[in-house]
Design a protein around this ligand. Structure first.
Ligand SMILES: [Fe+2]
Ligand SMILES: [Fe+2]
Length: 211
């Protein structure tokens, strides 16, 4: 039953998405499942959300906006409403429910928050967000460090990934969504506690990656 649903979703995504986006979605699905198994998140929910995370990514801005405005999962600030590309997460959650028949709120939330992050991320949210950064097709400076961190600590790896995004946006002179900054700060506070117990301060790791 679950496999039938996944197969029909894959068929529809293949029809709807540009080829490269479809292949990226398959790789994020695979990486989400792998990370979910490693970190105790729900493997099916994570894979489903990974598969559908970018289902609204290539829609026209007005359609993304229309979908996102119906999303119960997120607060839409004025800044977000002016940047529809940042809304493809919440828009994708609405599309996943209405077009692809996904009812599991855990999967819908993971799709919704994958772009910006949040301070209340579940294990499934974190796994999908991180998988989006490190799936096998990704190639950017620092990705190998992120992949290595992903084998050690989910929170630290995701904090570092969000730090990379923030650093890139600052470097390019763009605004940084406050949700992403808050999500990173929250993850750092969590890893601080974890790593203090282990006697291994994370600040050095984060500094090396995020600059
Ligand atoms: Fe995305
Ligand atoms: Fe993606």
């Amino acid at each position: 039953m679950r496999d039938d649903l996944l197969d029909s979703i894959r068929r529809e995504l293949k029809r709807s998405l540009p080829p490269e986006r479809y292949l990226h979605s398959l790789r994020v699905e695979e990486e989400s499942r792998r990370l979910a198994e490693k970190y105790g998140a729900d493997v099916h929910v994570s894979g489903l959300a990974g598969l559908l995370h970018d289902c609204a990514r290539d829609l026209p801005d007005d359609e993304v906006l229309e979908l996102a405005l119906r999303s119960p999962c997120s607060r839409l600030t004025e800044r977000l409403l002016k940047n529809p590309v940042l809304l493809h997460g919440p828009a994708g959650a609405v599309l996943a429910r209405e077009k692809y028949g996904v009812e599991d709120v855990r999967a819908l939330q993971a799709i919704s928050v994958h772009t910006l992050g949040s301070t209340e991320m579940t294990a499934e949210d974190k796994v999908v967000c991180l998988a989006d950064y490190i799936e096998a097709g990704r190639d950017f400076p620092g990705v190998d460090r992120l992949r290595a961190l992903a084998e050690q600590d989910l929170d630290l790896a995701l904090a570092s990934a969000l730090g990379c995004t923030i650093a890139c946006l600052v470097e390019a002179g763009h605004e940084v969504a406050i949700e992403t900054v808050l999500a990173r700060n929250h993850l750092i506070s969590v890893t601080d506690k974890t790593n203090c117990k282990a006697g291994d301060p994370p600040a050095r790791e984060l500094g090396e990656i995020a600059g």
